[in-house]
Design a protein around this ligand. Structure first.
Ligand SMILES: CC(C)(COP(=O)(O)OP(=O)(O)OC[C@H]1O[C@@H](n2cnc3c(N)ncnc32)[C@H](O)[C@@H]1OP(=O)(O)O)[C@@H](O)C(=O)NCCC(=O)NCCS
Length: 164
């Protein structure tokens, strides 16, 4: 952990963000959607398509050789094309993923805290996400200040108020 760095995501990171979106979708071991299937699904692809837009922002965790090991990013989606965790047009939605071999070592929590700081620094007061309830990530989010605002069959929409 001590040797990990964090840097801002850039347009050059779009392929790695797709990698991490694939991980986020396939968090269930028995789910194995291909990259192609995910990118062909508009409800999933819109978390990364056209990265990066002017109001996109995110962070990349990197190992000592600068290899990316995780990413957390925010995107503003709209009522016309809402994400699973859509709350409103001015509330960006989080996606987070850590490379499998790096999981359970604090990278996700570090990225989450840092990307919330980055959002706060931009003057953003509210952020959202969607998480399938069975994913332990939901407990991480709750521990870091997210609360459930809407529940669906298997998933919750969670919101964090991050304003000062
Ligand atoms: C969810 C994810 C981003 C968390 O990142 P991570 O680096 O593995 O998590 P951390 O090591 O920072 O651990 C965060 C908390 O989750 C707990 N945790 C980690 N792995 C766990 C596991 N397999 N089962 C249960 N809890 C676990 C940790 O114990 C920690 O809590 P604690 O410090 O109170 O004990 C990462 O596991 C991941 O990429 N998963 C697959 C993609 C995904 O699910 N994305 C989110 C979709 S909503």
């Amino acid at each position: 952990m001590t040797d990990l760095g964090i840097r801002a995501a850039t347009s050059a990171d779009s392929e790695f963000l797709v990698d991490m979106l694939v991980e986020a979708v396939n968090w269930l071991p028995e789910r194995n959607w291909s990259r192609e299937e995910i990118l062909a699904n508009p409800a999933l692809a819109h978390y990364v398509s056209g990265w990066m837009r002017p109001d996109d922002f995110g962070l990349i965790a990197v190992d000592p050789t600068d290899r990316p090991v995780g990413a957390a990013w925010f995107r503003f989606l709209t009522a016309a094309d809402p994400g699973y965790g859509y709350v409103s047009d001015d509330v960006p939605e989080l996606t987070i993923g850590v490379v499998e071999s790096w999981r359970g070592r604090g990278v996700g929590r570090m990225l989450l805290r840092a990307v919330l700081d980055a959002a706060r620094a931009r003057g953003i007061r509210t952020v959202s996400l969607s998480v399938e309830r069975a994913n332990f990530a939901a407990r991480l989010y709750a521990a870091e200040g997210f609360r459930t605002v809407e529940s669906f069959e298997d998933a919750d929409t969670m919101v964090a108020e991050i304003g000062g």
